[in-house]
Design a protein around this ligand. Structure first.
Ligand code: MCN
Length: 782
């Protein structure tokens, strides 16, 4: 049998994405494409007020509308014991408001109709009598003793949610006192939103005859949804099937369970019909999980020669009305403790206080889970402020303080063991590509001419994987991941995973891993995700964890298959098992190259001619629990020009050198970085979920919350270094979030660098032309 093309050269190759054929032909099957017989539609009534007592809800007019099938209120859910649902952070959230509302657009009632139109008309006809209450949007105000207590349901009569700290407080204090230089700055990471193209939605289909619930849902984590739904609804878990169809982007937005899902399940059980709920763009932007919203106070100490001595960070985290953050249980502030970044800090201390306000709930992820983006932005901004204070080149300051390659595995002052890294290599490559020395000369020249040009560097370190299970769990669920491989008699392979891609290309990259391990073609491997009835239990796709966990499971599962296949090969080749070697995708008798069998030949024998005493078939399942996280890193360098007349910033060049260890598919990795950089660009210059003092959301659609198009997006120039992870079976690290994590600081550092000679030290994002224009006018520049 001829060896399939590409069989040995699939890992590290830019194999075209298998899934794209159906996507570019418009044949993706997204949630809203699914229409079930007798399907009804659900619309939500939402609060116009950010804080108000509900005096009454009248539903008669809504019920009288033709086509309206049911109206559900919080009181109805209370009778069913479903008024509140647990959040991933261990808080609880009202499914439909009872008594009072806590943020604008909060869910107040659900209306089910024969058609979407009937449901929406019904929702508009529900009459709610509100008594407005004082609104608290500022987290600092929320912490004042005389601030109204927002969450009356809690025992603690305060808006403070939790305090979390890590590091050595006293040693850090002492080191800061002894430092030659200490910079202090308030740095805010504004509230932003993942804004996926496809909003969230579900179809709940409860079958009264079998008692089974099927939930089609836009979920990044179908198995976790099933478990949480079982806990919320008290339905037995095996009577729930969660199917996550094609997803048009998630970016962290599709990790949480939203009230609309619970309402659709209740409505389907009440009516015995499938019920679809799909949110609008405004509902998505105003009431599903936002990210960031950190107010950080940083103190960074150093010697006069530019060696860092200590880092202290105090943060106020605005979590909105309910704490719905998806942080691992042991880390309420997520992985913010990666805030020492790429640098060798002898001591550090970080503390975070989370606060309730009258804003949408959350604090979940947006292409960086668990607060790594905030941490990276903080340290990379602080390093530039320190360089400015010391009068030192920011590249040189970074180089002096990087954790040196020989110190890995490296234990950070805040407790993480970094698996590997070579930060100076990425920095040097990025500086070389951009022509750093020449650019600095040009900058001097331009400054002399009164022009504003800036260069910004960000040498980020990430922490990705969300595992191992001894360190990580979400709502008690331990964080490993899985792969099941079934080899058919003809050697074709079906591989199933507990993760769920939303555009990341898993159907291709997982197939590449398995094809690489088993010596078959990528085309011969079909990858399936997103159905809890068929896939092995897994924790889902976020935190760039799929490659570190499920990708590793794929390799290990394939190796398990290969072990059995070797025994079969020995039988076929009539040789001892020890004499069988696996070379270039074949089993060969050692020293006799002509005597070999291919993997498909072995697969056929597994079903037709297994060795005596061997169980027939060729299948395996592998649950992979990583020993550590992976630590991708890189350096971004950005060059900007600022128009003095308008305050407009133009990104002239942007060079990125990323290192995610062994690369499985360089084209997909490049695509991931392009996407993340574009989001980082939008965060730096365009985006904020803002509220007025009455808690009205000012960013409820895409005319207010801006998404960069190809016209605004800069051209990205990319390269990479390769520092394999020592503990991943393929040496791979995650990459999905790197660019979003590392890039905001590069953009902001570039803008501040352009203005630093005017005495500007920091500008909070988003850096709009108006902000710059005002700064220029304040400095007499017209
Ligand atoms: N990859 C690779 N080689 C590596 C690392 C990764 O070829 N060394 C490939 C992977 O095999 C996978 C892709 O790159 O096909 C991303 O892998 P990974 O870094 O493991 O991240 P995940 O697959 O777990 O995706 C999650 C990550 C996150 S957290 C968000 S948010 C995000 C993102 O990926 N949301 C996305 N990228 C997105 N891309 C799209 N198109 N849509 C989203 O919603």
């Amino acid at each position: 049998m001829a060896l399939p093309e590409q069989a040995h050269a699939v890992l590290g190759h830019p194999v075209r994405r298998k899934e794209d054929m159906r996507f570019i032909q418009g044949r993706g099957r997204y949630l809203d494409d699914i229409v079930l017989p007798r399907m009804a539609y659900l619309a939500l009534v939402r609060s116009p007020y950010a804080h108000a007592r509900i005096r009454s809800i009248r539903v008669d007019a809504a019920k009288a509308i033709p086509g309206v099938l049911a109206v559900i209120t919080g009181e109805d859910l209370e009778e069913l014991g479903l008024a509140w649902m647990p959040t991933l952070a261990g808080d609880k959230q009202m499914v439909l408001a009872v008594g009072k509302v806590l943020f604008q657009y909060q869910e107040v009632a659900a209306v089910v109709g024969e058609t979407r139109e009937a449901a929406v008309d019904g929702a508009q006809a529900v009459e709610v009598d509100y008594e407005p209450l004082p609104v608290v949007v500022d987290p600092f105000r929320a912490l004042e003793p005389d601030a109204p207590v927002l969450r009356e349901d809690r025992e603690q009569k305060t808006n403070h949610i939790w305090h979390w700290e890590v590091g050595d407080r006293e040693a850090t204090e002492e080191a800061l006192r002894r430092s030659d230089v200490v910079i202090r700055e308030r740095i805010r990471f504004q509230r932003v939103h993942p804004a996926p193209l496809e909003p969230c939605g579900c179809i709940a289909d409860f079958d009264r005859i079998t008692g089974r619930l099927t939930l089609y849902v836009t979920s990044q984590a179908p198995h976790a949804y099933r478990t949480l739904l079982a806990l919320v609804t008290k339905l037995p878990e095996h009577m729930i099937r969660v199917i996550s169809p094609d997803i048009g982007g998630g970016f962290g937005n599709k990790v949480a369970i939203y009230p609309g899902y619970v309402c659709a399940v209740v409505a389907s059980m009440m009516l015995g019909r499938p019920v679809k709920w799909v949110e609008t763009r405004t509902e998505n932007l105003t009431s599903t999980s936002f990210a960031r919203d950190y107010h950080m106070m940083v103190e960074l100490g150093a010697t006069r020669e530019g060696k860092v001595t200590a880092l202290r960070v105090k943060t106020i985290a605005d979590h909105g009305a309910f704490d719905a953050s998806a942080n691992p249980t042991r880390f309420p502030a997520g992985l913010f403790s990666i805030c020492t970044g790429s640098y060798d800090f002898p001591v550090a201390f970080a503390e975070v206080d989370a606060v309730y306000t009258n804003k949408a709930p959350g604090g979940i992820s947006y292409r960086c889970s668990f607060r790594v983006t905030e941490a990276s932005y903080l340290i990379e901004r602080a390093m530039d402020i320190l360089a400015d204070e010391l009068g030192m080149d920011p590249a040189e300051l970074r180089r002096r303080n990087f954790i040196p390659p020989e110190k890995f595995p490296y234990r950070s002052a805040l407790g993480w063991t970094y698996d590997s890294g070579n930060y100076v290599a990425a920095l040097d490559r990025a500086l070389e590509l951009i022509g750093y020395e020449e650019l600095r000369r040009e900058q001097e020249e331009r400054r002399r001419r009164g022009e504003l040009m800036g260069i910004g560097i960000s040498s980020y370190t990430e922490i990705v994987g969300a595992g191992p299970s001894h360190t990580f769990d979400i709502a008690g669920l331990k964080m490993f991941d899985s792969c099941e491989i079934r080899v058919h008699p003809t050697g074709k392979i079906l591989a199933r995973f507990g993760t769920r891609h939303q555009g990341q290309g898993h159907e291709t990259t997982y197939a590449q891993i398995i094809a690489h391990e088993l010596g078959v073609s990528v085309e011969d491997v079909l990858v399936e995700e997103g159905d809890t009835d068929t896939a092995p239990y897994g924790l889902g796709t976020y935190a760039s964890r799929s490659t570190p966990t499920a990708g590793a499971a794929a390799a290990m599962c394939a190796r398990r298959i290969r072990e059995k296949a070797r025994k079969i090969a020995a039988h076929l080749l009539e040789a001892a098992e020890e004499d069988i070697v696996w070379e270039e995708g074949r089993f060969i008798v050692r020293g006799v190259p002509g005597k070999s069998v291919t993997f498909p030949q072995v697969a056929f024998a597994a079903y037709t001619n297994p060795p005596p005493g061997m169980e027939p078939g060729l299948e395996a399942v592998y649950y992979y629990d990583p020993p550590n996280l992976t630590f991708p890193f890189g350096t971004y360098v950005c060059v900007v020009d600022i128009d003095k007349g308008t305050g407009q910033v133009k990104v002239r060049r942007f060079v990125g050198v990323d290192d995610c260890g062994t690369v499985i598919n360089p084209m997909i990795v490049e695509g991931q970085i392009h996407g993340g950089l574009t989001e980082g660009f939008a965060i730096a210059f365009m985006q904020e979920i803002a509220y007025d003092e009455n808690g009205n959301c000012l960013s409820s659609n895409f005319t207010e919350y801006l998404i960069p198009t190809a016209v605004e997006t800069p051209r990205w120039e990319l390269d990479r270094t390769v520092t394999p992870s020592p503990h991943h079976p393929l040496g791979a690290k995650g990459v999905g979030e790197s660019a979003n994590v590392g890039s905001p600081a590069a953009f902001v550092n570039a803008v501040v660098d352009a203005l630093s000679h005017l005495g500007v030290r920091h500008i909070d994002m988003p850096i709009t032309p108006w902000k710059i224009w005002r700064i220029l006018r304040e400095h007499g520049i017209t």
